[in-house]
Design a protein around this ligand. Sequence first.
Ligand code: ADP
Ligand code: MG
Length: 616
Amino acid sequence: MSIKILSNTTVNRIAAGEVLERPASAVKELVENSIDARASKVDVIIENAGRNLITIIDNGLGMHKDDLSLCVERHATSKLPAEDINQIEFFGFRGEALPSIASVSRMNITSRQQDAQDEFAWNLEIIGGAKQELSPAPLSLGTKIEVRDLFFATPARLKFLKTEKTEINYIKDIMTKIAMANPEVALSLTSDGKELFNLKAHVGEKALYNRLNDLVKKDFKENFSYVELNDHECKINGYISLPTFNAGTSVEQYFFINKRPVRDKLLSMAVKIAYQDFIPSGRYPLVYLFLDMDPALVDVNVHPSKLEVRFKDAALVRSIVISAIKQSIRNIGQKASNHLSNATINSFIPNVIAQTIPRLEGSGQQYTPMPSKPSFTMPKNNASMQSSPSVFTAEQKSDMKQIFAPTAPVMQAEPNDFDKNQIDFPLGSACGQIHDTYILAQTKDGMILVDQHAAHERIFYERLKKQINTKEIQTQRLFIPEIVELPEHVIEQLMQEKQGFAKMGLYFDSFGGSAISVSELPALLKCADVKKMILDIVDDLNEYGQQVSLEKKINHFLATFACHHSIRSGRSLSIKEMNILLRDMEAHEHTGQCNHGRPTYIRLSLKDINKLFERT
Ligand code: ADP
Ligand code: MG
């Protein structure tokens, strides 16, 4: 067999196999080219999900006649002037997209350079990779590219395409990501004559906010919090949802590095860790995070479609993302997502209507009748704190007492009425208790309903954590070291992290190759089943990496402890006790949600209440 150098067209079609998976990949490459050409407006028009026609019209810099003829040549690019692949400042740099798309379609490019003296624009047609003659054409400025019959030259690829609807969704998805990363560019997408979106350009400080508000349509102002952290190696900004505003999948988690959308396990794991105390397991926050870093510190060259990245310092990036999110969650403080009060209002309204119209015709919706009588519990005298049933042994409890100062509010109840002086506090002044479970408080402009157990649990947990964080971890030497048998590779993994575990109070050594001996534990965990704990830690290690797992373990333990030592629901409180709890909530971080991510209170504004009674 003799060796033969492949023709350009064949090489381009092979490259197309990698870069161009589907019509959406062509849309991505072409729109990114327009943005690289500094366009402030890009219109995308597709027919038949991009199979028949993709048209991109931009108002960017345009191309001179000579460049137009060069742009479809392989590895022809204007974006690496110094040929330094460590300094990539544009979306493109490989000079691969246009020749690849041109090799498998009928492409037509018209372009006019903005500052050129040319009387008219120039047009180039390329059919299945074969360039035709350049010809003059009308176009006032910028570039217009039409791609017809994509993949006609590689019919096998056509067979792999999904339904029209799915392919349109891929295009919408990639356009959405580009739109998020480039709020200063006006973008439109029209499919078979129907406008799918038409986003105007936003500039200035609020550009990202306004663009996300256009795209996300989820009451952005109420339910999201701004994230910003500037490290000299990596800047991060964006928006994250309040912990109480979460979703069942991670679909609404978007990450961008230097404006490129990326999918990266390290980043999604960092989000998970940052939210771990605030969100129930199996639920996901909505995040839109933009990282900006020196291109030399991140390798986007891993794959031509550039979704994956490799960080030079992954640990640094992870810790920056975690701190930025935690900081933002801390700033949220008392705020609980407004969709909760909206839900409350919606659940009230049908009950009001129910008295006159028992059933909405045709809707199939059944209204539940009003509960017979609301039951209010007036504060009782002498409702001193009872200790709640606990799963902890007497010995454990006495250990804990040594470590923690008394944590429950001291509740000396005395007959007391509504305290007007407390009404200006964010969570208002307590009025009474409902079903021995919920505290009703009046605020300056509305009312608050607090789940007393959830709220107290959170306060308790935050206090415990603070004490752990400010003190050296107290350890307990084991009288007889505990031998835990483990597979060899697990022992190897644990031994690598030995120093880190010692810092958190867990001391162990290898023991005869197939086991480890544990000699010292954090005092808090001394009553735990050591073997089970080590196995859990190994599991967590695999999921979270490094010592995060032990910290998580301790936090988990504290959360359980807090849950069992908080005011139970079903206990009546005096007004004074209620006010103490409300003030405590204001004084502690993260009190908008309990340790399991449920909300601790909901707020109804007077405006909303008035609406319920049609007083507006
Ligand atoms: P790359 O983007 O990696 O440089 P492409 O094959 O996508 O490679 O594009 C080749 C070149 O064609 C670009 O470097 C740019 O100079 C030019 N070009 C492509 N699209 C446009 C456009 N919409 N406006 C102006 N120039 C363009
Ligand atoms: Mg390109």
